[in-house]
Structure formats: structure tokens, C-alpha cells
Design a protein around this ligand. Structure first.
Ligand code: SF4
Ligand code: SF4
Length: 173
């Protein structure tokens, strides 16, 4: 499960915090409280990599006041809108693949969307640096594009893939 911003909970994002302005101290808090407000959830598992994260999660879990129905609706509608915006850039359909240069186009754009839509810039930069270096992120990053244009003929969204890959390399590379 990936609540609120695709589940990138450890990564800070002002964009996500601004969904409930002034009511949460971190994007991790909003995601954890969102999960725990669901009456169908009896336990939430959260990966923690430092004592600070443990303490933060304990603090959030100790807060017995659930999110209000209005706040949950605010989060849901905001995330729906973000998803709609992300799909305007790339739906991840994969029709443009394979790229002869092995550029993983949908993955590059997914990471760019984490930056552009969700404000998860540091997370996106770190992941971008891992493309092709770890098993679960195959292919190459945007810098391997040689501008051949083959992918653009296959994209149903008619995206300017080459232009957007250049932007991705500039911002995340
Ligand atoms: S334009 Fe770039 S990303 Fe698209 S197919 Fe050619 S090399 Fe691959
Ligand atoms: S074909 Fe277009 S919309 Fe689909 S994954 Fe490739 S770039 Fe994204």
C-alpha cells in the first residue's frame, strides 16, 4: 500500500504537508494518520531507518484523535488531482518502450512527477541516481537518450518525450 504520494513516506514534501496546512509536522505524519483513520485498518507497518523516525512515529501513533471526515476528503481529493496532473505528463503505459538506447522512459518520467507534482525532489534525485544500478530499476536514465525520436511515434499521449527527458536530466541529474 502506498498512501498519500505513492507511499514515499520518509521523504519530506511541503506539497504533501500543505494538503492539511498547519495540521501536521511532516509528510510521514499525514500518511500515517491517514492510514490509521481507516476503520478497516488495525495495524500500520512503517519502515523506520533512524531513532528520529521511531520517535516521530510513536508520537503520531499516540495521537488518538483521528483525522476528521473533512480532512480525509481533503487528502483524497488532493491526491486524485495530483494523480490527474501526473497522468497529463505520462500515464506509464509503456507503449514507447523499448528504447534502442535502453532509456527507461516511464521510470524517468515517474521520478520527474515525484518532483513536479508531489514536491519529493530529494527522493526523486536519489532514485534517479540509482537507475540501472539496482535490479528493480532497469534501463538507463534520461542522459542516455540520443534524440532519435522513435519513442515519440509510439506515445498515445503525443508527449514531447525528448524534450521532457532533457528537462528530467537537468532537474534530477
Ligand atoms: S528519443 Fe531517446 S528515449 Fe526516445 S527512443 Fe530515441 S533514444 Fe530512446
Ligand atoms: S508511451 Fe507516452 S505516456 Fe506511455 S509511458 Fe511512454 S511516454 Fe509515458
Amino acid at each position: 500500500m502506498g498512501p498519500v504520494g505513492g507511499g514515499r513516506l520518509g521523504a519530506p514534501s511541503k506539497t504533501i504537508m500543505d494538503v492539511l496546512p498547519g495540521k501536521v509536522n511532516s509528510s510521514a505524519e499525514i500518511a500515517l494518520r491517514f492510514v490509521m483513520s481507516n476503520p478497516g485498518v488495525t495495524a500500520a507497518l512503517s519502515g523506520m531507518g533512524s531513532m528520529d523516525m521511531v520517535e516521530e512515529n510513536v508520537g503520531v501513533a499516540s495521537n488518538e484523535a483521528p483525522l476528521t471526515a473533512e480532512e480525509i476528503e481533503q487528502i483524497n481529493s488532493s491526491m486524485e488531482e495530483n494523480k490527474r496532473m501526473a497522468d497529463l505528463y505520462c500515464t506509464g503505459c509503456n507503449y514507447c518502450m523499448p528504447c534502442p538506447q535502453e532509456v527507461n522512459i516511464p521510470l524517468n518520467f515517474q521520478l520527474m512527477n515525484y518532483h513536479r507534482i508531489y514536491g519529493l525532489t530529494e527522493y526523486a534525485k536519489n532514485e534517479y541516481a540509482q537507475i540501472g544500478k539496482v535490479n528493480w530499476m532497469k534501463g538507463k536514465n534520461a542522459e542516455a537518450c540520443i534524440d532519435c525520436g522513435i519513442c515519440e511515434e509510439k506515445c498515445p499521449q503525443k508527449l514531447e518525450i525528448r524534450k521532457q527527458l532533457k528537462e528530467t536530466a537537468e532537474v534530477l541529474g
